[in-house]
Design a binder for this molecule. Structure first.
Ligand SMILES: [Zn+2]
Length: 120
């Protein structure tokens, strides 16, 4: 059974959103953080290798709409509301910013390190 929000509390004065989850845990987000990681195509473009943090947008939240029992959609004061935040994405965001994926880039840490170093 997936974890779902049982309570969503907007603390507008502090610019924060609190979510209580059905497993009893809680998450707290700054609104600028949530807005910055909006996952919609308009914010993230068509290149999904790396997520972009949006800074030039309203960080005032006017509403949060539930989406089909798996996600929620913040409605921002500038009218932007195309970002659908799945509960899983929100849970991940609460722990850390989205991973910046670099598929196809070699893991340089695993390359041989036998190159002689030139010490001056
Ligand atoms: Zn967006």
């Amino acid at each position: 059974m997936s974890v779902v929000p049982t309570e969503v509390h907007l603390r507008e004065a502090e610019g924060r959103l609190n979510i209580t989850w059905s497993d009893g845990s809680t998450s707290e987000y700054s609104l600028a953080y949530l807005r910055g990681w909006c996952p919609c195509a308009g914010c993230q473009g068509h290149f999904q290798n790396e997520m972009t943090f949006v800074t030039d947008a309203s960080t005032t939240l006017t509403n949060v709409e539930p989406i089909g029992g798996y996600a929620m959609r913040p409605v921002w004061a500038d009218g932007h509301k195309s970002g659908i935040f799945s509960f899983q994405y929100l849970r991940e965001l609460a722990v850390a910013p989205p991973p910046r994926r670099h598929e196809g880039v070699p893991d340089w840490g695993l390359l041989p390190t036998g190159t002689p170093s030139s010490k001056a």
